[in-house]
Design a protein around this ligand. Structure first.
Ligand SMILES: *[C@@H]1O[C@H](CO)[C@@H](O)[C@H](O)[C@H]1NC(C)=O
Ligand SMILES: *[C@@H]1O[C@H](CO)[C@@H](O)[C@H](O)[C@H]1NC(C)=O
Ligand SMILES: *[C@@H]1O[C@H](CO)[C@@H](O)[C@H](O)[C@H]1NC(C)=O
Length: 959
């Protein structure tokens, strides 16, 4: 984990320095030990000529130790199991009839229609299972007819901090994933911090995740040992009882049954670590290695005197690193850039240890041959789909990395880094990788069989095969269809969803989605070393004709409406655009009124024209690389913490986002290329005052270009949260005072803008308050950033209080709103809208813990609850990289609504509704910017955005 906790979001925390030396030091020490101990592997004659009674009690153990040094864990199931070691007695056998099974066999290409029998925690059969065989189970057997539903192995997460960085985040129980005690902590165990009350267990299971490798964080060169767990609750309720094949070291220092199991170790290189102090570990290692070597050599040569001096000398601090060199540890290296990948690969060859996977590794796709040179075997790459640019090392990250790595034959794993991304949606990472060109077989494998193999558990999880663990997900659609949701999840044969809520989906969702051809973009990612040019170019002609258009949606007033949608007939229309304005929509739009010819004709292949989307909630346009201060606008001062300099106006200063905007950033341009034409940003702030938001075009190169600034001032933002600092009641008191006594508060920007919210000049109150009551409405929107239902209730109350006091209605919006669904009716009555951020909620902190998770855990989602109570709703994002995924966020909402929300209504959530909620000027006469998609509409994964039609700028941008 490297981000996700508030500390991480503060970029000042990170310091750049090279810690390669820590690696080298550790391994220099170890290799001395290793190369000297290899001599002890040979056969010895020691037992034969020594009398047992001459030996100290530890002799047998010591001999076994010296002999075991050459063993490695088995990679296949040792024998056919009849009962799983994780079987929970009392679990009923389940018979799943008529499943469409992705087995994981044949390189992930095998899909069979089959029945599956789950019993004793195992998959007891896959195929046609004879009734006579089943008869033996009699009434005990639970029979489920899946009617052809898709079934995959349980999702396996190769990189999680679930339990260790638990949710909601609380200081006493969370953030146990990083230790700041030194650069090399191989003795630290992720298991020791695993909080069994993490809300994420249930949530992630509801997304199909059954197994996770819980790794320590990345604050250290060697962060410690990872552990593989199954996510289900156990009777024992302990972290230990969640473990899957724990290595013997979990509770003893030496295996009693002689069977080794894989250990997991987290290393990190590059700029993530904070601990730059160089420990003298090399000396420790050299000395220990020498002592061990001399001892063991003599023991195995038959020298009993050395035995009587004491047992096998071992320092528990370093024993796990010794195992690394013996090939008994799956080493997971958090490593990003070519320089660091290359360094580590050199080390693997110098000290001869294999690496299981490079994690994050945003530049791995640029240097596949470096990876191939790693010692032993080519490491897998475990990555995010589109989460990139959060620090310099991730700046060259590409959505085409999975596809390009797969082309080079490198194993591809998609991982969550939970809670950095919510592992409930790990399959979504695979879906995105698939959209950008990872073949379907490898995409499903990237979250099932491939991670299972990489963590050394492929002999029991990651496949649907007889004898494997009964970890199975039944899906409501093809697993690569956006929004695929489990209808049941089995872990160790135990159904995890008690009353799953299932949404009905169109038949088409049962087939593999069609995806665009991004071959050229993928080639460019390599050609331009991860930084392909993203700037749009305007059409060379002022007139552009879009043909073969299957739907046309447009802003009409405050709504999005369908001007044309294809009905059952295969009818399509053409759309004629001149200087950025739509001149004609219909079957016979071929030339302009003046008869001039159209020079540029674009076949949309059944695509669409729809309103450009708006992104809000992240610092897009104000920061390029989150962790790089020099790329960021910085943080606005906060009057409640008393640190506003007088030169800017002291407490009365109000910061405007428009003054800090930067154009041409990669997240903004990628958003533009994905149909998000407008960004709304608020000055970055950690305290109460958010300042004034601004809206701008994501596709222009600088502020002075026409259309660059959509609106200089959108809304005034305040943030009311449980922060542990200034109390919530103090924050509310400040807001009340600013509303009630703005002039008295400050003869300043703050006073002026707060009067705009209330729209009552104080002297008018005295002149004719009764008259004012009937007509006044606030001009400026107040956005209150909060998630907590109690705070929202207080805000609703405050709004009534102020409105009654001054007789003016005000425009207020809740931004965040994780718990807003609890007050849906009250919000509607108070005419307070909600921008929910993120659109698929997660209980990050205490203020957000009462989320409504949506299917399959609850029938309703929080968004639909608000919408159906007539609350005006928009959606937002938390981090700028995800602006590009807005259209998929909307598609997800539409799919999950199961037909209760049209595509136009879904698009409104990130266009007209955001305009309304964030103080946008609604102009009836202009439709605003439009985006053209080919191969499907804006919400289809099969489509790509090919053009932006801009009336403001009088042009069509070609993408
Ligand atoms: C596995 O599938 C991928 C993609 O479909 C293909 O490129 C690769 O060659 C296959 N590997 C094997 C061993 O068949
Ligand atoms: C250690 O744990 C393993 C796996 O849970 C168990 O089988 C074994 O009995 C334990 N050994 C001791 C000494 O507790
Ligand atoms: C929402 O508004 C519609 C249309 O005005 C109305 O029919 C419906 O009853 C309202 N729903 C609620 C929960 O108030």
């Amino acid at each position: 984990m490297e981000k996700g906790d508030p500390a991480h979001r503060n970029p000042f925390r990170l310091r750049a320095h090279s810690t390669l030396r820590h690696f080298a030091i550790a391994f220099v020490g170890l290799v001395c030990f290793f190369t000297s101990t290899v001599y002890v592997y040979g056969p010895t004659v020691w037992e034969s000529h020594l009398q047992i009674h001459q030996l100290p009690p530890h002799a047998a153990d010591t001999l076994a130790r010296c002999r075991s040094l050459s063993q490695t864990p088995p990679t296949t199931a040792s024998s056919k199991r009849t009962v799983s070691d994780r079987f929970a007695p009392g679990t009923r056998p389940h018979f799943l009839k008529n499943a469409r099974v992705w087995t994981g066999n044949k390189n992930g290409t095998e899909v069979i229609i089959a029945d599956i029998l789950l019993e004793s925690g195992l998959i007891k059969g896959v195929g046609r299972i004879s009734p006579s065989f089943l008869a033996a189970y009699a009434d005990e057997l639970v029979v489920m007819d899946l009617k052809g539903a898709w079934v995959t192995p349980g999702i396996v997460d190769l990189h999680s901090h679930i339990g260790d960085s638990s949710s909601p985040e609380l200081k006493g129980a969370s953030s146990d994933d990083n230790s700041r005690k030194g650069p090399i902590l191989p003795w630290l165990r992720a298991l020791d911090g695993l909080n069994t009350h993490d809300d994420s267990f249930e949530l992630s299971i509801s997304g199909g995740v059954t197994t996770a490798l819980v790794l320590p964080g990345s604050a250290n060169a060697i962060g410690g040992q990872g552990f593989t767990i199954k996510l289900r609750p156990t009777d024992e309720k302990s972290p230990t009882s969640m473990l899957l094949e724990p290595p013997y070291n979990v509770n003893v220092s030496f295996p009693d049954d002689g069977i080794l199991r894989w250990r997991q170790m987290k290393h990190a290189c590059g700029k993530d670590k904070e601990l730059s102090d160089h420990c003298p570990v090399d000396d420790v290692f050299r000395i220990e290695a020498k002592i061990q070597d001399e001892y063991c050599q003599q023991v195995l040569a038959g020298n009993t005197q050395v035995l009587s001096k004491g047992p096998f000398p071992q320092d528990l601090q370093w024993e796990s690193l010794v195992d690394v060199l013996r090939g008994r540890v799956k080493v997971h290296v958090h490593c990003y850039e070519a320089v660091d990948l290359d360094d580590v690969v050199r080390l693997t060859n110098e000290f001869q240890f294999p690496i299981a996977a490079f994690h994050h590794a945003h530049e791995a796709y640029l240097v596949p041959t470096v990876l191939e040179k790693a010692f032993g075997r080519t490491p897998a790459v475990a990555m995010f789909a589109t989460n990139a640019r959060y620090k310099r090392e991730a700046y060259r990250g590409s959505e085409f990395a999975p596809r390009l790595l797969a082309q080079s034959g490198i194993p591809v794993v998609m991982k969550s880094d939970h809670p950095v991304t919510d592992s409930r949606y790990l399959l979504y990472e695979a879906q995105q990788a698939f959209v950008y060109g990872l073949p379907d077989n490898l995409a499903i494998a990237s979250v099932t069989s491939t991670p299972a193999e990489i963590m050394g558990m492929g002999h029991r999880i990651g496949y649907i095969k007889e004898g494997w663990d009964a970890d199975i997900v039944v899906w409501d659609s093809h697993p690569l269809a956006l929004g695929a949701t489990p209808t049941q999840v089995f872990i160790d044969g135990i159904p995890q969803l008690t009353s799953p809520h299932v949404v009905s989906k169109p038949r088409s969702f049962q087939s593999k989605p069609r995806v665009p051809d991004y071959a050229e973009e993928a080639r460019n990612a390599i050609k331009y070393e991860g930084l392909p040019p993203l700037e749009p170019r305007a059409s060379r002609s002022e007139t552009v004709l879009f043909t073969n258009v299957r739907s046309v949606l447009s802003k009409v007033g405050t709504n999005v409406q369908a001007l044309f949608t294809e009905t059952s007939s295969r009818k399509t229309v053409s759309v004629l655009v001149d200087r950025g304005e739509v001149k004609c929509v219909g079957m016979d739009c071929t030339r302009l009124k003046d008869g001039s010819d159209v020079q540029v004709v674009i076949d949309l292949e059944g695509g669409s024209i729809s309103p450009g989307l708006v992104t809000y909630g992240s610092p897009i346009g104000l920061e390029e690389i989150e962790a790089e201060r020099s790329t960021n606008d910085g943080v606005a001062p906060d009057p409640l913490s008393g640190d506003v300099p007088s030169i800017v106006g002291g407490d009365g200063a109000l910061i405007r986002a428009v003054d800090g905007l930067q154009f041409g950033g990669r997240s903004a341009l990628l958003a533009y290329r994905a149909g998000v034409t407008t960004g709304i940003s608020t000055p970055k702030h950690y305290g109460f005052f958010g300042g004034l938001s601004a809206s701008f075009s994501t596709g222009v190169s600088h502020r002075l270009k026409p259309g660059a600034i959509v609106q200089e001032v959108n809304a005034l933002h305040v943030s009311i949260k449980h922060t542990g600092g200034v109390s919530v009641s103090t924050q509310v008191a400040s807001l009340r005072r600013l509303l009630v006594h703005p002039a008295e508060a400050y003869e300043s920007d703050t006073g002026r803008y707060f009067r705009e919210i209330r729209a009552v000049w104080c002297y008018t109150c005295f002149i004719d308050p009764i008259l004012m009551k009937s007509t006044l409405q606030g001009r400026l929107t107040l956005v209150v950033e909060t998630d907590n239902a109690d705070i929202i209730a207080t805000i609703i109350h405050l709004k009534k209080e102020v409105e009654q006091m001054f007789g003016a209605s005000m425009k207020w919006t809740i931004s965040g709103g994780a718990e807003a669904h609890l007050l849906a009716k009250e919000l509607a009555q108070a005419k307070v809208g909600v921008v929910q951020i993120p659109s698929r909620p997660f209980p990050y902190g205490w203020d957000q813990r009462r989320i409504l998770p949506g299917p399959p855990l609850s029938k309703q989602s929080s968004l639909m609850t608000l919408i159906e109570n007539n609350v005006t709703v928009g959606i937002g994002i938390m981090e700028a990289w995800s602006a590009r995924n807005t259209r998929f966020d909307l598609a997800w909402i539409a799919i999950e609504a199961g037909g209760r929300l049209s595509k136009a209504d879904a698009i409104a959530l990130a266009s007209t509704n955001l305009d309304i909620l964030l103080g946008g000027t609604i102009e009836d006469n202009t439709a605003g910017e439009l985006v053209a998609t080919s191969g499907g509409d804006l919400l289809d994964v099969s489509s790509r955005v090919v053009a932006v039609i801009s009336p403001q700028r009088g042009l069509v941008d070609m993408l």
